[in-house]
Design a protein around this ligand. Structure first.
Ligand code: FES
Length: 89
């Protein structure tokens, strides 16, 4: 099974609900994509429309696995380090 990290990059310009792109998810995707290419980490990076967890975004779905909420560069690095088999980085 191909491992994936799916980043919500939904941008909601109107309404009272937050959206992941407005909270910086595009820069998280760019960072993850760069690391995967540079370090040849065996994971597919993908983008998605709303994953239904807007209040706790940016949201990242790991396949197989669960959700990461309030994603930051540090949390994305932790996910990638785990996938790359690195410990303590
Ligand atoms: S906008 Fe990202 S989970 Fe809804």
């Amino acid at each position: 099974m191909t491992r994936k990290l799916i980043f919500c990059t939904n941008l909601r310009r109107m309404g009272d609900k937050p959206s992941c792109a407005a909270r910086g998810s595009k820069s998280l995707v760019a960072h993850a994509t760069r690391r995967v290419a540079t370090e040849q980490i065996d994971v597919e990076i993908d983008e998605s429309v709303c994953l239904g967890r807007c209040e706790a975004g940016p949201t990242v779905k790991e396949i197989p696995g669960g959700f990461t909420q309030y994603a930051t560069l540090e949390l994305v690095d932790q996910l990638l380090n785990n996938l790359a088999g690195k410990v303590g980085n």
